[in-house]
Design a protein around this ligand. Structure first.
Ligand SMILES: Cc1cc2nc3c(=O)[nH]c(=O)nc-3n(C[C@H](O)[C@H](O)[C@H](O)COP(=O)(O)OP(=O)(O)OC[C@H]3O[C@@H](n4cnc5c(N)ncnc54)[C@H](O)[C@@H]3O)c2cc1C
Length: 301
């Protein structure tokens, strides 16, 4: 494992950490050190960080709250840019909401609910930041980010802020143009509707209850490990393949929800990775269906 040697001191970049364990930045609670982790606190700092990594041709990866990531035990050779809580502004005018990428979806849904706005209830239990949710077109219980986003402001490869409309974002199932075009989501405008306070609260508490009973929220995971294959449910296929509760090392197919691989205590990233591969192979052998991961896998294992 060859660590990247970069003289970043004197570059003007602040908020840098070296050899930062990614287990502290991911909901799986696994993952070795990133050579460098930069946490910009404003757009100018983000631009400086990007400009530095581009100029030095350093490999880099942008993360949000790390709730959809599996990072290898040997970590990441290169730079991780975490766009986090400092990008936390929320402005509400009537039924229009402009929010920055580091706002937690759970916080945002509570804030808009308090303003009697409906449309974001589906996202209240998704543990990511808004930026990650836009990049992934996160969704749940019949709603997805695509339904509510009006425009998204991104930092493009030329370090320019660009505004893309909903149509230009090309949202599809758990996908948008963000990753393929190397964009960084900075903020977005959402259009919601005036609703009824009691109804909004009741939808949100129903969904919270559903998650509590159907998902293994007490164990570290990255949510649904696999995408839904067209016409099927990943969890059902995994259950039918006899893998409920199957484990490798500290990683396990959740007993409660077979679509979740969980860290049952002391899992390594390799355990999780090997289990993902085993599940994919078993489901393919039995049903001829390829399960694609929803979780992004990065770094060295
Ligand atoms: C218990 C649990 C339940 C979950 N339930 C759901 C669910 O119901 N529905 C669902 O869709 N997901 C769910 N997830 C997965 C995850 O929360 C979502 O995918 C979320 O949107 C990821 O956001 P994040 O900030 O954590 O992104 P990260 O995990 O940090 O990153 C995910 C992807 O987004 C990119 N990214 C992050 N921030 C930015 C940015 N600012 N600009 C550009 N790219 C960025 C990263 O490069 C990466 O490709 C769940 C996860 C857990 C742990």
């Amino acid at each position: 494992m060859e660590h990247l040697k970069i003289d970043i001191e004197g570059s003007g970049i602040v908020h840098i950490k070296y050899n930062e364990p990614m287990s502290q930045h991911t909901s799986f609670k696994v993952g070795g050190p990133a050579d460098i982790l930069i946490e910009p606190t404003e757009v100018e700092e983000l631009k400086e960080a990007l400009s530095f990594v581009r100029q030095h041709q350093l490999p880099y990866y942008v993360i949000g709250n790390g709730t959809n990531l599996l990072v290898g035990d040997k970590g990441i050779r290169g730079v991780v840019i975490k766009v986090g809580e400092s990008f936390g502004d929320i402005e509400i005018t009537g039924d229009e909401v402009i929010a920055e990428c580091g706002v937690l979806l759970s916080t945002l849904s509570k804030v808009v609910a308090r303003n009697t706005l409906t449309g974001l209830e589906f996202a209240s239990g998704i543990p990511g930041f808004l930026g990650g949710a836009i990049a992934m077109n996160a969704g749940a219980y019949g709603g997805e980010m695509k339904d509510i986003v009006e425009w998204v402001e991104v930092l493009d490869e030329n370090l320019e802020l660009q505004r893309y409309t909903n149509a230009e974002m090309e949202f599809t199932y758990r996908k948008s143009i963000v990753e393929p075009r190397n964009l960084i989501v900075v903020r977005c405008k959402m259009k919601l509707k005036k609703g009824n306070q009691e109804e909004i609260n009741s939808i949100m508490s129903d969904l919270t209850q559903k998650r509590k009973t159907k998902q293994p929220l007490h164990l570290p995971s990255a949510g649904s490990t696999f995408k839904r294959p067209p016409g099927f449910f990943a969890g059902k296929l995994i259950e039918d393949a006899g893998l409920r509760g199957f484990g490798i090392g500290g990683a396990q197919v959740s007993e409660l929800h077979c679509g979740f691989v969980v860290n049952n205590g002391g899992a390594t990233a390799k355990d999780v990775y090997d289990l993902i591969k085993h599940v994919q192979q078993t489901v393919f052998n039995q049903f001829g269906i390829k399960l694609e991961t929803e979780v992004k896998i990065l770094g060295e294992f």
